[in-house]
Write a new protein. Structure first.
Length: 483
């Protein structure tokens, strides 16, 4: 631990994956839509329209709150947050300010093997705004606005400033995404804007107890960039503190081009939103029974699953963490285990082979791989029966991954079975001994290492398919007893 420590709190927006928007029946799946094709009088704020709350969005928000260990309130309420900006056609955003849906949650993260709880202050529902497009470099110069996102359902989650490093911030976001994906309430896709994060950071000088002002970094659209932007900010603030300079409390943005944060506005200029209760919507009342029912519908969450994997399958905690971070991958692993009855081998092959090839070929979901769970049994049987060596098996697996053919089929097609034909092996050695009598002499005069040369010859002739132990036995036998 150095002299300076960062204090980080995050504000996260998660897009709920409902079919329709929060207060109208426009499609909420707007990512690929041409501008202004998913809009109606409600979400573009025409006079005289009224919002109707989307029940599915409430259910998803409650689900998320429960999965994040929040206290869900039977009574919450919507409020208007007033500000003027072209992407906000009504002139206000409907959110929950005074009485949020849920408070006092927490998420546990694993920091280098140590568990740490990050407290969550609140979770509330709100609608998204539209999107400004500033086309400075294109033929059509000017600013445009796309209202497709306007009214898309979001939950906002605010953490306490419990995060102590940029890395913890990334771990926290990864965990949060894993959870919202597990329960199926959001795609959690940062690149598509379904998960957005504003990061607040200040620095404490552990020696003097001095504290810097707080800086907010906005518009970061990947996990790695959150970590990077915070590391950059930490460095910048520490540098100022060492020089005895005051860091202004301000909002900064991450510039992809310059790979640094740049000032956007100072906190003092922040608007006064003049919140007041939304008169067009009744309070949101959810019965205890309803909340309890939603709680019962929650699936096994990542932490619990990880714990169970370690206990039930005897795999290392690290492996269990990787295998359970994604629900589909966890299901896949369990299917492989149920077919092969070999939890450790299954974990090894998935961790070292499958995930590596998925990574290399840019496949995110195990649902998109061609390796069927039953192929693992096929592969393990080939290895156990001695038909192929482990090395060949790795090569076979790569081909299974690429073609979707079964391991047996690939072994048959490519003739990859272990060469057990002793005559063939003897023929190769005999030929090598004839061609290289010097090596034979050397061996017989005590340089046993020369044996490696003969083994190599056999491996080359059989393209690595001979069992090395068998080959060695024959080589020794022939060198010592041959003529
Ligand atoms: P504001 O309303 O001014 O945005 P909040 O108290 O709502 O401030 O906090 C917003 C976020 O900033 C929260 O995630 C919180 O954890 C974080 N935060 C609060 N104080 C600090 C601090 N001293 N350093 C870093 N983050 C902080
Ligand atoms: Mg705030
Ligand atoms: Zn609409």
């Amino acid at each position: 631990m150095g002299r300076y420590r960062s204090v980080i709190g995050l504000e996260i927006h998660v897009q709920l994956s409902t079919k329709t928007k929060l207060f109208c029946s426009c499609s909420a799946d707007v990512f690929d839509s041409p501008p202004n094709t998913n809009i109606c009088p409600v979400c573009t704020g025409q006079p005289g329209v009224l919002p109707v709350l989307n029940e599915q969005a409430v259910e998803y928000a409650v689900k998320a709150a429960l999965a994040l260990n929040f206290e869900v309130h039977e009574y919450s309420r919507f409020d208007r947050k007033n500000y003027f900006y072209p992407d906000l056609p009504k002139g206000y955003q409907i959110t929950q300010y005074f009485y949020p849906l849920a408070t006092n949650g927490w998420v546990e993260i694993d920091v280098d093997g140590t568990k740490k709880r990050i407290r969550l202050r609140r979770l509330h529902m709100e609608e998204d705004a539209g999107k400004m497009i500033h086309a400075e470099d294109s033929l059509e110069k000017g600013s445009f606005v796309d209202y497709n996102r306007s009214g898309v359902p979001l939950i906002e989650i605010v953490t306490e400033p419990d995060i102590s490093s940029p890395k913890e911030a990334r771990l926290f976001l990864e965990k949060l995404r894993s959870i919202v994906r597990y329960i199926g309430v959001s795609s959690g896709d940062m690149e598509k804007g379904a998960l957005r994060c504003d990061a607040n950071i200040s620095v404490v000088d552990e020696e003097t107890g001095g504290r810097s002002n707080r800086v907010e970094v906005k518009n970061i659209n990947s996990f790695k960039l959150v970590e990077k932007a915070l590391e950059y900010e930490f460095g910048r603030i520490v540098e100022a503190m060492e020089k005895g300079e005051e860091i202004p409390q301000e909002t900064r943005g991450w510039s992809m081009r310059d790979k640094k944060t740049i000032s956007m506005r100072s906190k003092e200029e922040e608007s006064d939103y003049r919140y007041f209760p939304e008169p067009d919507l009744p309070p949101l009342v959810i019965s205890k029974e309803r909340i309890e029912k939603i709680k019962e519908s929650l699936p096994e969450l990542p932490d619990k699953k990880k714990e169970r994997f370690v206990k039930e399958y005897g795999i290392p905690e690290y492996d269990a963490g990787v295998l359970t971070a994604d629900r589909d991958l966890a299901d896949y692993y369990e299917e492989v285990v149920s077919i092969t009855k070999k939890p450790k081998e299954a974990s090894n092959w998935i961790m070292t082979q499958l995930l590596r090839y998925m990574n290399e070929s840019g496949i995110d979901s195990v649902k998109d791989v061609k390796v069927k769970p039953e192929y693992f049994k096929d592969l393990f049987d080939l290895i156990d029966s001695g038909k192929i060596t482990t090395n060949i098996a790795k090569d076979v697996f790569r081909q299974v991954f690429e073609t979707g053919k079964s391991p047996s089929q690939i072994v048959k097609e490519k003739g990859l079975e272990v060469v057990t034909d002793e005559n063939l092996i003897r023929q190769v050695i005999e030929k090598a001994m004839k061609e290289n009598p010097k090596a034979v002499e050397q061996y017989r005069s005590g340089k046993k290492g020369v044996m490696g040369y003969f083994i190599g010859q056999v491996m080359r002739a059989t393209k690595g398919k001979a069992d090395p132990k068998v080959v060695q036995k024959i080589v020794v036998d022939m060198l010592e007893n041959g003529e």
